[in-house]
Design a protein around this ligand. Structure first.
Ligand SMILES: NC(=O)c1ccc[n+]([C@@H]2O[C@H](COP(=O)([O-])OP(=O)(O)OC[C@H]3O[C@@H](n4cnc5c(N)ncnc54)[C@H](O)[C@@H]3O)[C@@H](O)[C@H]2O)c1
Length: 481
């Protein structure tokens, strides 16, 4: 039997919770009086179906059942998890809990998505205050794992353990908050950054876009993979955190922020930070942390480049300026020259077999670009599709190695194009890739002759390359060496 979650309030946050539970196999019962709730939650679920499974390389559990209910009691009766995500009004939330507790299981978890209220405020005069905890998620809840989990003095630690287990089981990262404070931990940062940003805009120092650029082109990426303290530990160099604080400590009293209420940097505070930082990251040297950081940044930035988003747009635009012009196409030509990035490497620390195809595919794309398959040409409805690949792996390639491909046209007749790529690392031939491509009409999705100018150019290249003869391994069947 599927586990049951009740979702009270199915807006931006409740809808995200509903989607996550459903996609992780739970049955989800929703209570939301809004007449548009079903429709907007349906749209959120569609979005989540396309997104959450994309994070995983295994299939998710079968989706649970979604139902909408006209009463709270119908939604919560027998539910193991009750997630409240109604508007941020204390009285509304408290009233809801009294209705919920009248009918729900006494050992169910009642989690509130509240951004700012403390558990004690929420528990108020509830019949079973210990049952209500803060489970503060981040939008989009179906993708981001962080949930701040906060209890009060009245909360049974066993309930928090249980909540933690459930949250982990649906792929989330519960962060137990030790103390009750308004806005918990993460929103405190966001609030400080927000207040500073409002000042910068008000004082005419920066526009909203400039502020966003200041975040996404730099420190936002560092925060995304190491957070604040580990990033600064690395910045402190081999002397680590204590050195960093000593170096930058004095700025605390300088007007570097409008938020001038700062803690005094006593020896005790420095020790506490340095000790906690050692406990957090001391098992790695600064050099190891730098390697880790660089690998993470490369992964994040390359993924943003593929989407031409944020820092990725800068990278892509710069890459275009350093991409080589077409060489003489009438002799076999270099179509690839690059380093093997960290994310192309497998558990043996050499280039993963699939990446040989990536390299060959990049070489092919470059060749096609040079014969006229530009973005405009593709937009006009023509392209080449690969219908066969044959890769021979001849040598090992390590992370960071420089590889290049030389491409020879073996045959070009009508709609068909046969390419042979030789992949080198230094002077060593490490792979060959032979491809058959067909020219297609993107309208009919069927093979169609290339336009005469392109067909003529490719035929002339093929004729010119013919003098080189067939390269070793061309046309080889599998197993033939
Ligand atoms: N939006 C965010 O980024 C964010 C992030 C984390 C936490 N939160 C918190 O999540 C909670 C919900 O915020 P939201 O952004 O999803 O708001 P929202 O306005 O998108 O959704 C609130 C939903 O609650 C429904 N609702 C209103 N009264 C109700 C009732 N009595 N019973 C059941 N449903 C009711 C509304 O119809 C609406 O669909 C708030 O406590 C907020 O602080 C929001």
């Amino acid at each position: 039997m599927a586990r049951v979650a009740a979702i009270l309030g199915g807006g931006v946050i409740g809808g995200g919770w509903a989607a996550r539970f459903l996609l992780m196999g739970w049955d989800v019962r929703v209570f939301d009086p809004s007449p548009t709730a079903q429709e907007s939650l349906g749209a959120m679920l569609e979005r989540a179906r396309a997104a959450l499974p994309a994070l995983y390389d295994v299939a998710l559990p079968g989706e649970g059942r979604l139902s909408f209910h006209a009463t709270i009691s119908e939604a919560v009766a027998g539910a193991e998890w009750i997630q409240e995500s109604v508007p941020e009004r204390l009285e509304l939330k408290r009233k809801l809990y009294s209705q919920v507790q009248a009918v729900c299981d006494a050992n169910a978890v009642i989690g509130s998505s509240t951004s700012g209220f403390t558990p004690s405020e929420l528990q108020g005069c509830a019949t079973r205050p210990g049952q209500i905890v803060v489970t503060h998620p981040f939008n989009p809840v179906y993708l981001l794992p962080l949930v701040e989990l906060v209890g009060s003095g009245k909360t049974d630690p066993g309930l928090l353990d249980k909540a933690e287990d459930v949250l982990r089981s649906v792929g989330m990262f519960p962060l137990r908050v030790r103390a009750e404070i308004p806005a918990h931990i993460a929103d405190r940062f966001l609030e400080a950054v927000w207040r500073e940003a409002l000042w910068l805009v008000k004082d005419g120092v920066a526009t909203t876009e400039e502020i966003d650029d200041a975040i996404r082109m730099g420190f936002g990426l560092r925060w995304g993979q190491m957070g604040l303290f580990e990033t600064y530990r690395v910045a402190g160099g081999p002397a680590g955190m204590r050195h960093f604080i000593e170096q930058f400590g004095p700025t605390l009293t300088w007007p570097w922020t409008k938020l001038m209420d700062v803690p005094e940097l006593t020896e005790e505070l420095i020790d506490r930070i340095a000790d906690q930082s050692d406990a957090q990251s001391g098992h790695l040297s600064i050099a190891e942390l730098e390697t880790l950081r660089d690998g993470n940044l490369i992964g994040m930035m390359r993924s943003l480049k593929a989407r031409r988003a944020a820092v990725g747009a800068v990278l892509a635009a710069h890459e275009a300026t350093i991409t080589p012009e077409a060489p003489d196409l009438m002799v076999p030509m270099q179509t690839l020259d690059r380093l093997v990035p960290t994310d192309w490497v497998d558990y043996n620390n050499h280039m993963n077999e699939a990446r040989y195809l990536t390299a060959i595919s990049e070489a092919c794309d470059r060749f096609l670009l040079w014969v006229g398959v530009t973005p405009d040409y593709i937009a006009s409805g023509g392209s080449w599709f690969t219908v066969e690949n044959h890769i021979r792996h001849l040598g090992e390639v390590r992370i960071g190695a420089r590889i290049r491909a030389v491409t020879q046209v073996l045959d070009a007749a009508g709609k068909r194009l046969r390419l042979f790529h030789s992949l080198y690392c230094g002077d060593d031939l490490v792979a060959t890739g032979e491809q058959m491509l067909l020219h297609v009409s993107l309208e009919t999705r069927r093979a169609a002759p290339p336009p005469p100018g392109m067909a003529d150019l490719i035929a002339r290249i093929a004729a010119a390359h013919e003098v080189c003869g067939l390269p070793e391994g061309a046309g080889a069947a599998i197993g033939a060496r």
